[in-house]
Design a protein around this ligand. Structure first.
Ligand code: A3P
Length: 319
């Protein structure tokens, strides 16, 4: 497909007719209730019109900074673990994570795949394919929503998500710009303005779908994955149809994907992503539950706790 054909296949997007907000001095556009960078929105529309799902695809989904990289590493390790073999438990030779950042293998559809013109030919990938998306459930292509492919979502408590986002996005600022004022980032988050946000509506959409269809959508929480890594890794593997036979295997996957290990791999210490040139190390920071305490004032805590309570009231979800 040449680029002109590809342009024809892309829906026409008239950005100046959409609601606009400045988020971290970057324009975000509102589309069907959610906020996007222009190129993410364009890619999301291309994804909706062009992606051909397979019933055995696995789609990982998340808001930003809720443990996406960890989930990518875990899903990849679970799906590929037959390659290591029993004798290779705790050996690195065949481990793809040693060679590349997890995002290299599990690409984010609207960030790494459909932003390219033309997009790479994902139909050539071997099944079962693993993809990731930050898109809200309502904006997934109908083909995904109507198929039986499995979806795994990861959520995180909103205060830590905000602090993690603040550290991450500061890496994209120049030294002249300096860190973005945390108070402003906090106000945006409370107003629901963030990449692929509002955060709570994003989480609630997947939560409700997971209740309706637990065989198809697994809802994970970052904090539970931290607290009971082996238990949740087993649950994930069973959900993906690859249950573990031995406890040793569970330990192996948990170890391969641990923050301590990934953070210290050469590729993640010094590597750079091939898409936007971001350092791999920016995806691995502290991974602590409760890190929000380092940034929040008591007033901020009370305000966001109250928003969280009101948003999640009656849903059965606690974050
Ligand atoms: P912190 O900024 O709180 O440290 P995402 O992958 O969605 O961008 O989320 C990034 C957050 O997940 C960061 O949180 C990062 O440190 C943490 N993280 C990355 N890899 C992890 C892993 N293997 N285990 C636990 N946490 C991880």
């Amino acid at each position: 497909m040449d680029s002109s054909e590809n342009d024809v296949a892309r829906p026409l997007l008239v950005l100046d007719q959409l609601p606009l907000e400045s988020y971290w001095d970057i324009p975000l556009y509102q589309w069907n209730g959610f906020w996007y960078r222009a190129y993410h929105l364009e890619a999301a529309l291309a994804l909706r019109s062009q992606f051909k799902v397979r019933p055995d695809d696995i789609i990982l989904a998340s808001p930003m900074k809720t443990g996406t990289t960890w989930l990518k590493a875990l899903a990849l390790s679970i799906m590929r673990r037959h390659c290591y073999g029993d004798e290779n438990i705790h050996r690195a030779d065949e481990d793809p994570l040693v060679k590349n950042h997890p995002a290299f293998y599990v690409q984010t559809l609207e960030v790494q795949v459909f932003t390219a013109k033309p997009p790479p030919d994902v139909s050539a990938m071997q099944s079962p394919r693993l993809f990731h998306t930050h898109l809200p459930y309502s904006e997934l292509p109908d083909s995904i929503k109507e198929s039986n492919c499995k979806i795994v979502y990861i959520a995180r408590n909103p205060k830590d998500t905000l602090v993690s986002t603040w550290h991450f996005l500061n890496h994209l600022r120049t030294s002249e710009q300096g860190p973005y004022p945390f108070e402003k980032a906090f106000e945006c988050f409370c107003k629901g303005v963030s990449h692929f946000g509002p955060f709570f509506e994003h989480v609630l959409q997947y939560w409700k779908e997971s209740l309706k269809n637990p065989e198809r959508i697994l809802f994970l929480k970052y904090e539970e994955l931290k607290r009971d890594t082996k238990g949740k890794v087993k649950e994930l593997a069973s959900f993906l149809g690859r249950p573990f036979a031995k406890e040793e295997e569970v330990e192996d996957v948990a170890w391969r994907c641990s923050l301590e290990r990934l953070k210290n791999l050469e590729v993640n210490k010094n590597g750079v992503d091939p898409w936007v040139g971001m350092r791999n190390s920016t995806f691995f920071r502290k991974g602590e539950v409760g890190d929000w305490k380092s940034m929040f004032t008591p007033e901020m805590r009370d305000k966001l706790d109250e928003i969280t309570r009101l948003k999640l009231e009656g849903s059965g979800l606690n974050l």
